[in-house]
Design a protein around this ligand. Structure first.
Ligand code: ZN
Length: 372
């Protein structure tokens, strides 16, 4: 009998580990939009990022402050840290330019850092030195904003799930999962893209994390190996993007993301007008390209981190021009991406059943909009 019970218990544990619960239609329908927070002039999330933010300049500092203030005000349970480095660049001569990566983490409250596998949501927040005044709305202000909105949209569900696990005494049965945001600095080249003139922040962070071990007996050896998936968003925010699946080893994650997009579309929740899906390569089976498009994932991937790169091919028509500004964003597309990412985090973290009901006034607003 005891052996039977033990087997039953072990089966239960195995099932828990394998759990990956899709969000229900109702949960998808109730996911909040960012609304006014994505307004390019006044939005509390997006507008403060739509300024030139070249590393080491006042604009960069202002955006760093925006991230820190926004998280401490809205999401105080997320831990904010900086990882700093400096480097000379081909455009700045002997002067050492400072680069500040911002790392924002939410782990289950009972865990030690070395025991948590994390879904990393990644975008770079620096803007390009030239042309002077370049904003980089898709590159990557809008992706940063999408990630902030996704974090806010899962925050309460994370608390509820973890509170419930503690209350029922089920902690420790499952793998420990957390969410981590990496806002990386110095992605852009100062002069022209080379291995040494690009990815300043990503190279520094990957190297530092790879060489800093966690405490002995930790589940994960380093903060780098704690990343179970590096979900990198870049060049998103113009209409009708075409995002290929770049890597065979994370094609399953691409399929999950694409599956969420299809469900949002069939439920009529998406806001953008599109001829097809943003993520059309669900059935891809042959993968040629080993590194994909050069971007912040490279130093991480080179160290064995699994990467899902969400970047369109072709690039947006505004790429690296003055036209990559707030006015050229397609906000319905930005909203749709934010919702796709939110749902992906919700499924990754098994949050079905823990999302809050939308406030009554929001439901009334929705009804009124439908009537109009
Ligand atoms: Zn760029």
């Amino acid at each position: 009998m005891a052996a039977l019970l033990l087997r039953f218990f072990l089966t239960l544990c195995a099932l828990r580990v394998a759990a990956y619960t899709p969000l229900s239609d109702k949960t998808l329908r109730n996911l909040p939009g960012a609304g006014g927070d994505f307004d390019i002039k006044t939005g509390s999330i997006l507008a403060p990022i739509l300024i030139p933010r070249v590393p080491g300049t006042p604009g960069s500092l202002a955006v760093q402050e925006h991230f820190v203030d926004w998280f401490s005000t809205n999401l105080p349970k997320w831990n904010v840290e900086f990882q700093n480095s400096t480097s000379t660049t081909p455009a700045t001569g002997e002067r050492h330019v400072p680069f500040a990566n911002i790392i924002i983490t939410r782990d289950p409250p009972w865990t030690k850092p070395g025991d948590v596998g994390r879904l990393a949501l990644v975008a770079h927040y620096d803007s390009k030195l030239t042309p002077v005044g370049f904003i980089g709305a898709t590159d990557s202000a809008a992706p940063c904003a999408m990630i902030m909105h996704a974090a806010r949209s899962v925050d309460e569900a994370l608390s509820k799930k973890w509170d419930a696990m503690q209350a029922e005494g089920s902690i420790g049965l499952d793998e420990e999962k957390g969410v981590q945001i990496l806002f990386l600095d110095g992605e852009e080249a100062f002069l022209s893209w080379t291995d040494s003139d690009s990815l300043y922040g990503a190279r520094s962070l990957a190297e530092q994390w790879d060489s800093t071990p966690h405490a002995a007996m930790s589940t994960y050896h380093t903060a780098l190996s704690s990343i179970t998936l590096f979900l990198l968003l870049d060049l998103l925010g113009t209409s009708k993007p075409h995002v290929p699946s770049y890597f065979q080893t994370t094609h399953w994650a691409y399929q999950n993301l694409a599956g969420i997009e299809s469900r949002l579309r069939s439920l009529g929740i998406t806001q953008s007008t599109s001829d097809g899906n943003f993520l059309p390569e669900t059935d891809k089976s042959v993968f040629h390209n080993s590194w994909g498009v050069q971007d912040d994932h490279i130093p991480f991937m080179a160290r064995g981190v699994e990467v899902l790169h969400v970047i369109p091919t072709p690039f947006p028509h505004v790429w690296h021009t003055m036209a990559d500004d707030g006015e050229h964003l397609d906000i319905p597309t930005v909203e749709d991406w934010a919702k796709i990412v939110t749902a992906f985090v919700g499924e990754w973290m098994d949050l079905e059943g823990y999302f809050p009901e939308p406030p009554k006034h929001a439901r009334r607003d929705q009804d009124r909009k439908t009537e109009l």
